[in-house]
Design a protein around this ligand. Structure first.
Ligand SMILES: Nc1ncnc2c1ncn2[C@@H]1O[C@H](COP(=O)(O)OP(=O)(O)OP(=O)(O)O)[C@@H](O)[C@H]1O
Ligand SMILES: [Mg+2]
Length: 458
């Protein structure tokens, strides 16, 4: 575990020492009393359910040597060092920045409306072919997850891959300021988190804030298929810009894209065959971003391709499950308009002998645009040549209605509850069918996939 002197913590956070000595050291940082270790500094953070300030005694009992707090209205445990700051979340970011500055390694930041985690996994797999890589676990991409990931940097690491997410303005700038990336990947701009970010332009501006913090001699890696990010290709930037894409003219591009029940494959301009385990169109873009990183950081191309071929899709991101002749695509991790479009492309690309079925649940956090965006998905579904569109959830009902307005032959059905949906699907699915199941995280559609798999295996 990495050491900090209290003096360094004070310097990093601009805080004031209100108890204990500045010449002591701490061995790492924790924000969670369940995970706190001996001699760490405990940063008290107020979350949705708990306020760390109420757990100072427990943290110290478990071995924390110091606490970072934002109020004097708490009892500092006897013997502990206490640092008072204005805002403990900001203090955590600044401690992470202080630590980040200790390392002179490539740090690749990834942002966009969809595909961050999937891209992160592929980029990390590619980079791991040559370097010892640190990357955020799961989706720990916010103002707590990013600093806590950076705080795991040790001299062993030779590169870091950091996913950055946002649901309110200013978050990406803050994360980037504390991460100081040497390269940035911009995946796409779509109607994600509109509740907090307002409009598509708002989403673009929010994510663009990352650019300012990418080192001037670093790299900016841009999805040229995305109309927002393509704008960057016309700008004069101090960083080196590298583009990737399928449709648009890009420096690193894919041709001859085909998908089947095992995943998706394509060729690079140089003629190398690349296969990805997830059958999604977006997965091609994500793989291209990873290929770009491989080139920039000198990972031999055959190893890049091998890493991409072996990488398993992250849980719930278009994972293929074949059971008793039925192909299920588990895309239940999350949903927004960009990833719905991606899902419909997948259904159009894959060949199947039976029926093509989309099981769609709500997209959440879209604010006042919600209704229109659900209807848009319905219209796209009507164009996608699917046979059945079964919905679950109040908002998703609109997807079905909009699809039927455009194309009356689609078998549209709505279910208020998941168990009824599952029961109906059990009676409906036949060998040869292709079914993709999707919805926002809060809709928990993975339960539908699990029940179907259990039933089909039964
Ligand atoms: N390049 C892409 N373009 C569009 N959709 C994608 C792309 N890559 C993955 N997806 C889809 O987007 C959804 C979320 O994938 P992923 O978790 O990789 O994105 P994320 O940006 O990390 O999401 P979050 O904001 O929740 O962290 C999944 O449905 C996945 O299939
Ligand atoms: Mg993610």
């Amino acid at each position: 575990m990495f050491m900090f002197t209290i003096k360094e913590i004070l310097k990093a956070t601009g805080g004031r020492l209100i108890a204990g000595r500045a010449d002591l050291s701490v061995a790492g940082v924790s924000t969670d009393t369940r995970l706190v270790k001996r001699r760490q500094v405990f940063v008290a953070i107020k979350g949705d359910n708990f306020d760390g300030h109420h757990f100072l005694a427990e943290a110290v009992r478990k071995g924390a040597r110091a606490v970072v707090i934002s109020t004097r209205d708490v009892e500092v445990p006897v013997g502990a060092v206490a640092v008072l700051v204005d805002d403990t979340v900001k203090a955590l970011g600044r401690i992470a920045l202080y630590h980040r500055r200790r390392f002179h390694i490539p740090v690749i930041a990834i942002t966009g409306s969809a595909g961050k985690t999937s891209t992160k996994e592929l980029v990390a797999a590619v980079m791991a072919k040559k370097y010892r890589v640190l990357f955020n676990k799961g989706t720990e991409n916010n103002h707590i997850g990013v600093p806590m990931t950076l705080l795991k940097l040790t001299p062993r690491h030779q590169a870091a891959v950091i996913e950055m997410g946002t649901n309110h303005p200013g978050e990406i700038a803050w994360l980037a300021e504390n991460t100081l990336p040497t390269a940035a990947i911009f995946t796409n701009v779509g109607a994600s988190h509109l509740e907090g970010l307002g409009t598509l332009q708002g989403v673009y501006k929010e994510k663009l804030a990352l650019l300012k913090y990418v080192s001037r001699d670093g790299h900016v890696i841009v999805n040229a298929d995305d109309p927002f990010w393509a704008r960057l290709l016309k700008k004069r930037l101090s960083q080196k810009v590298v583009s990737y894409g399928i449709k648009a003219k890009a420096q690193v591009s894919a041709v001859a894209v085909t998908a089947d029940g095992r995943g998706i494959r394509f060729k690079t301009k140089s003629g190398r065959l690349v296969t990805v385990k997830s059958p999604s169109w977006g997965a091609v873009q994500n793989a291209l971003a990873a290929i770009v990183c491989g080139r920039i950081f000198h990972v031999p191309e055959e190893k890049v391709v091998q890493a991409i071929r072996r990488a398993k899709p992250a849980k719930g991101r278009q994972c293929l499950i074949k059971v008793r002749g039925v192909t299920l695509i588990d895309d239940t991790y999350n949903a927004n308009p960009v990833s719905y479009e991606n899902a419909l492309r997948t259904l159009m690309m894959l060949q199947c002998q039976g029926r093509v079925i989309l099981v769609a649940a709500d997209m959440l956090e879209l604010g006042k645009f919600s209704e229109g965006l659900h209807r848009d998905v319905g219209h796209q579904a009507a164009r996608a040549d699917i046979d059945a569109l079964w919905t679950c959830g109040n908002k998703a009902r609109l997807i079905g209605r909009a699809a039927r307005e455009k194309k009356s032959e689609i078998d549209v059905r709505h279910f208020d509850e998941q168990p009824a949906l599952v029961e109906a699907l059990k009676g409906y699915l036949c060998s040869g069918d292709l079914l993709l199941c999707k919805g926002s995280r809060g809709m928990r559609m993975e339960r539908v996939v699990q029940d179907l798999v259990t039933f089909l295996k039964g």
